[in-house]
Design a protein around this ligand. Structure first.
Ligand code: HEM
Length: 264
């Protein structure tokens, strides 16, 4: 009797036919549009993987498993480095090559990447305005709304430190998770103690600083790529372009971790 289930192959497992059908250019055969589509799709896949790993970090911190949380953070940081390096590929596209199909993007922009916003949200940079950009009932809006109401990575970290015996103020532990994290003198004192006396948790702090620096590095490289590709032109998403993007570079996620460094 024939097997009802055909053998799994590389193609069927990874859905290669479907995957290769997803690169649909809008221009009339402009060569560089393929690179532009593929690189953005690859970024979206990496964003998906990052969200998957960040959710694991939060679960591991909540389960008091700092070593495994750190291991997962290391994976996240490695992916982030690959993501920054990928911008080199797009920089092989000259301004004129980009212009050959740019008009066909209409108002489409990475600005509308809901997975990027989800990553910002879980790292503490939340705004209601970002949610309002997506239609009611859409996958993007549902996912962002859920992340908006969920604790941030910093919240998971503070709860973990509290269970480790550190005197995290109750106001920090019960803070409204939709609000930005405010700098806290008490938390800063705890972090100083950790750096001086608690190597295990100091390592965890360092990985969070790596993450903060890594995201800023992506923002910096992205804005430089934008400057060299479109100069001072406005973005397709409607912002001022490089000027807007520059304003997002250098904004730390975990400000307490940066603040204490001059005092160690
Ligand atoms: C030629 C290549 C690119 C150009 C010229 C470009 C340009 C821009 C511009 C001008 C903005 C500001 C919003 C707007 O008005 O459109 C923006 C935002 C953004 N782009 Fe790109 N981009 C490029 C490639 C990429 C790639 C490969 C990604 C990867 C996903 C990406 C992700 C983003 C994200 C996430 C934002 C929002 C940043 C924020 O709001 O902080 N961009 N881009």
């Amino acid at each position: 009797m024939a097997d009802a289930h055909p053998a799994v192959t590389y193609g069927s497992y990874l859905k290669i036919d479907e995957l290769l059908s997803l690169q649909q250019a809008r221009s009339d055969g402009e060569h560089d549009e393929m690179l532009f589509i593929i690189i953005h799709q690859v970024y979206e896949l990496w964003f998906k993987e990052l969200l998957h790993e960040f959710d694991r970090v939060a679960r591991l911190l909540t389960g008091d498993e700092p070593h495994r949380a750190q291991h997962t953070l290391k994976r996240i940081l490695t992916i982030l480095k690959v993501m920054v390096a990928q911008l080199d590929i797009l920089e092989t596209m000259t301004p004129l090559e980009f212009l050959s199909f740019r008009a066909r993007l209409e108002a489409a922009s990475g600005f509308q990447s809901d997975q990027f916003r989800q990553i910002e949200f879980l790292l503490g940079a939340k705004t209601e305005a970002a949610i309002a950009r997506y239609p009611e009932g859409s996958r993007a809006r549902r996912a962002l709304t859920e992340r908006y109401h969920a604790p941030t990575l910093w919240d998971s970290f503070l709860h973990y430190l509290s269970r480790e015996g550190y005197p995290v103020p109750s106001a920090q532990l019960s803070r409204t998770v939709t609000s930005p994290v405010e700098p806290s003198a008490d938390v800063q004192q705890i972090l100083i103690d950790i750096y001086r006396r608690d190597p295990k948790n100091a390592e965890l702090c360092e990985r969070l600083v790596d993450l903060d620096e890594g995201l800023q590095e992506w923002r910096y490289r992205h804005v430089k790529m934008v400057e060299r590709t479109i100069g001072v032109k406005r973005g397709t998403g409607g912002s001022s372009g490089a000027a807007y993007l520059s304003s997002t570079v250098g904004r730390p996620l975990f400000s307490d971790l940066w603040e204490i460094r001059g005092r160690l």
